[in-house]
Design a binder for this molecule. Structure first.
Ligand code: ANZ
Ligand code: ZN
Length: 887
């Protein structure tokens, strides 16, 4: 072993060894259980950030750990490489997105390698490469054939100056990000994936995923948003006849039908549009609503506005007329895009009715009390019906059910289940994405590209300039032949949502290199992913789309699994201090913590600071997620360069449990580095000794035999072994439950135990037999320490393991097993008394005889002190508890 710990040197060497041995390339192997460990693949944005490092370290620790448990471990990596940032960067730097993306991939790959992740790089994929997206297109076509992809008009953001469609994030305060022009909504044809036909299964199958965090399952369930309700029809005429048109609404509270005081439709609803043809104020209002935001979150917070359409419909049971309003709080894509408004029992309707002076009629009261009228707010709980004719006295649940039956009988409604989940619009009017494999022919319409013409290749040399999709100006891409009539035709220029690319990549890793099929038999060996690890920001869409794709592919007979990810771990964010100052005007200026002289209180808590540049104070904003905008990111590369990958990894794992937020601390990084150095130096000081033992044992780390009476021979060694095996037991347990932070502390305990024992023994003159025992104990202890630390800090452990002559490569070593015999507490503490008064305690062997205990008691320093030379009358021993000296 080298005398000093030089991480960068050893890490490069170890990584080369791994690469030349193809140490992490795996094949299917039926003789072993498999473990597919997958971390969410990154977007190649330029360089790794701390979130990546944390994510991939967790994955790597689990991968290496499972290999030690005897699993055949697959840990692949790839690139989610299509998307808008590449186009923006291209505009800024005038380089093609393909080039920018490739450069980023090369750089980030080298960063991942320098962190020493045990990745099977031979399976690397990038979603922007034709050998991958060919199959994305192929799947699209299969779904199109089955009606799981269909064409429908959808609304997009349109920049009238640039004449281009904008992504939601390119719309800032209702204006185009480049032109500043007010953004318009446009209706254009788009492709949709019919995810709603899987809504029920996507919801129910959440119950089959015990390895997923509850929180994520709840978010998914809410997103799917199943609601069991009732469709109710409101006739347009008082003398309605069956079969005549009606206004349909969807409600989850059919029990409140008698409390409906008006009806409200979405601004895009045909009824509103019809009324607007003869009402210019209404036209204007509808236009305004359309310009507003589209997301549901916006709708929930924005002010509720509406307008009377002047139309009326009739209550299906009382036949009384109800005014039809149009209101911005009614969503066009949900239910029927129309609601029966019950202000007394719905908050939104209440707010709206108060604002516009519409009637409020209560029909539900609490089960055990009365309503206080007039209502000060909506009573939204379930309860008992009143003022509801035949329904009076019924509970909400009974009334809902009965309402469905009654309405069905008069053909004015029926029970229905709806889902909040919408079909997935996948068309993007963007260049840097997977081309939608469609050809437009004047005679034949939208024609699917035949399989033998796949992939539809994306030209890679275009540089977008912001004025629309450059594919529209590229004749070599645009012009083609109709596959049906062979006449000149035009290629579709829309590309797919990048979520499509990432919804099946985990399957492709299993089938790397197959250019004949999307997936093959190997998928049945590796899938499902045993452990998926990623950010909570993907809790909804990415996971839902992936689950959907898996189910579609199962129904196509391509895979045999129902769910892609057996277990899911969502890692917490990495936080750092935020320092800022009020800038000129409205803005806030943020500063890199490295630019600030930080002030701390006595407990080491940050209280404020001063900017190094000008010495003037800055405000401390607490800890927040590392981000460019807050200037508080820490570049992982700087840490790797300074301390090495093992330190970066250890810090990440030691500081907090993976699911919690991690607070960055330079002192913590320092501490991790010092610990690794301590390990190195402690072992270095004994390496010749260990090497000698290794030679004698042929490198084996199995079958140590310590004498049964070890404690009697040498307590220091026995205590050391007990502490090491106790720490190992804790580490094994914590590894299984992903508490890597306590695994790291278990390693620290082991090192301490060995340090205590060996200094103890060295300081005293001990005979050869004891020396031998200690040597063997350390040989065992170090082998355990290295194996437990290895998944977290593999380079240092790999190097020491090899240098000390332990057999084989540590990556193939077995996770250490606990020696139960070492855990047996062979000493017990006895209370020491003089004349019945507590004077201390002493440790004795568990099976010590009365005579031994008496002898030990006589020479115990405290007893000598309190006996103070007086003659001892008798010594009472209560086995296992106390010894009392009577004088
Ligand atoms: C009458 C009513 C009375 C309602 C009452 C609620 C309480 P969930 O549970 O989320 O599915 N609704 C229906 N379609 C809508 C749309 N397109 N836009 C906005 N709101 C819509 O919500 C179902 C309830 O949301 C429905 O039940 C309807 O209001 C409203 F005391 O109908 B309710
Ligand atoms: Zn044609």
């Amino acid at each position: 072993m080298k005398p000093q710990y030089h991480p960068t040197e050893i890490e490069q060497q170890v990584q080369q060894d791994w690469a030349s041995a193809r140490a992490f390339n795996v094949k299917e192997d039926n003789s072993k259980p498999k473990y597919y460990c997958l971390s969410m693949f990154p977007y190649p944005s330029g360089k790794l950030h701390m979130g990546h490092v944390r994510n991939y370290t967790i994955g790597d620790v689990l991968s290496r750990f499972h290999r030690m448990l005897g699993y055949n471990v697959l840990q692949p990596m790839g690139w989610d490489a299509f998307g808008l940032p590449a186009e923006n960067a291209a505009m800024k730097n005038k380089v093609a997105p393909a080039k920018w993306t490739d450069d980023n991939i090369a750089y980030m790959k080298q960063q991942l390698q320098s962190l020493g992740f045990a990745i099977d790089w031979e399976r690397e994929l990038a979603t922007c490469r034709a050998d991958y997206y060919k199959w994305t297109q192929w799947l699209f076509l299969r779904m199109l054939e089955k009606g799981l992809v269909y064409l429908k008009t959808g609304t997009v953001n349109w920049d009238p100056v640039d004449q281009t469609v904008l992504a939601n994030e390119q719309v800032i305060d209702g204006r185009g990000w480049r032109t500043g022009a007010p953004v318009e909504k446009r209706e254009i044809p788009m492709y949709y994936m019919n995810i709603t036909s899987y809504a029920e299964e996507l919801l129910q199958a959440l119950n089959t995923l015990p390895g997923w965090p509850e929180r994520v399952k709840t978010m998914q369930a809410n997103w799917i948003g199943k609601s069991e309700g009732c469709e109710i029809y409101f006739p347009y005429h008082a003398e309605h006849k069956a079969g005549e048109p009606v206004l349909k609404v969807f409600t989850t509270r059919a029990d409140t039908l008698y409390g409906a005081t008006y009806v409200a439709v979405a601004p895009e609803h045909p009824l509103a549009l019809k009324a607007a043809t003869t009402n210019s104020k209404l036209t204007l209002f509808i236009e305004q609503c359309k310009r507003g935001r589209m997301t549901e979150a916006d709708l929930a917070t924005q002010e509720k506005v509406g307008m009377d359409t002047g139309l009326v419909v009739y209550h299906p049971l009382t036949n009384k007329p109800l005014a039809v309003w149009t209101a911005n709080y009614v969503l066009t894509g949900y239910g029927e895009g129309a609601v029966m408004a019950v202000p007394a029992h719905d908050e939104r309707d209440f707010e709206f009715a108060i604002k516009y002076g519409l009637p409020i009629k209560a029909v539900i009261k609490p089960k055990d009390g009365e309503l206080e009228l007039p209502l000060k707010s909506a009573f939204v709980d379930s309860g008992i019906c009143f003022d509801s004719e035949d329904f009076n006295g019924r509970t909400t649940e009974e009334a809902k059910h009965k309402m469905g039956v009654v309405l069905k009988a008069v053909q004015l409604g029926e029970s229905r289940t709806t889902y909040r989940l919408r079909d997935w619009g996948i068309s993007r009017q963007r260049y840097w994405g997977c081309p939608v494999p469609i050809i437009h022919c004047e005679a034949c319409g939208a024609v699917p590209v035949p399989d033998d013409q796949l992939p539809v290749r994306l030209p890679e040399n275009l540089v977008p300039d912001g004025s629309g999709n450059p594919l529209l100006k590229t004749p070599s891409f645009l012009n083609c032949e109709c596959p049906i009539c062979n006449k000149p035709a035009r290629r579709e220029t829309d590309t797919m949502d990048t979520f499509v690319d990432s919804s099946w990549y985990y399957l492709r890793f299993a089938c790397a290199g197959n250019d004949q099929a999307m997936v093959d038999e190997r998928v049945n060996y590796w899938l499902p992913v045993d452990q998926y690890i990623g950010g909570i920001e993907h809790a909804i869409l990415h996971l839902l789309y992936s689950r959907f794709c898996t189910k579609v592919m199962r129904d196509f007979g391509l895979v045999k699994i129902d769910e892609p990810f057996a277990k899911l771990l969502t890692q917490g964010m990495v936080l750092n201090d935020i320092f800022s100052r009020k800038g000129e005007g409205e803005g806030i200026e943020y500063f890199d913590p490295l630019e600030v002289d930080v002030e701390q209180d006595a407990q080491g808590r940050v209280t404020g600071g001063a900017l190094k540049a000008d010495g003037k104070p800055v405000d401390y904003g607490g800890m927040g997620t590392m981000s460019k905008s807050k200037m508080n990111g820490v570049d992982p590369q700087a840490i790797i360069n300074e301390y090495g990958a093992d330190t970066a990894r250890l810090f990440m794992m030691f500081t907090s449990p993976p699911e919690q937020t991690l607070e960055w601390s330079d002192a913590g990084v320092e501490g991790s580095y010092r610990f690794l150095r301590r390990v190195w130096i402690f072992i270095k000081n004994r390496d010749l000794w260990i090497l000698e033992e290794s030679k004698w044992r042929n490198g084996s780390v199995e079958g140590y035999e310590f004498p049964a009476t070890l404690a009697a021979i040498h307590p220091a060694v026995s205590i050391m072994r007990r502490e090491i095996h106790a720490a190992l037991r804790q580490a094994s347990f914590d590894m299984e439950r992903h508490q890597f932070n306590t695994v790291a502390s278990a390693v620290m305990k082991m090192l301490n135990a060995m340090q205590v024992a060996s200094s103890d023994t060295f300081d005293r003159q001990v005979d050869n037999a004891v020396h031998k025992l200690l040597q063997q104990g350390l040989h065992e202890g170090i082998s355990i320490l290295l194996r437990v630390l290895y998944p977290i800090a593999p380079h240092i452990c790999h190097t020491i393991w090899r240098d000390l002559g332990y057999a084989g490569d540590i990556m193939n070593a077995q996770w250490p097993s606990i020696d139960e015999a070492a855990l047996v507490q062979d000493e017990i503490d006895l209370v020491v008394q003089v004349n019945g008064k507590l004077r201390g305690s002493m440790a004795v062997a568990k099976d010590a005889t009365h005579e031994t205990i008496e002898t030990l008691a006589r020479s115990h320093p405290n007893i000598e002190k309190f006996v103070a030379g007086q003659p001892i009358k008798k010594i009472i021993v209560v086995p296992g508890r106390l010894v009392n000296v009577v004088v």
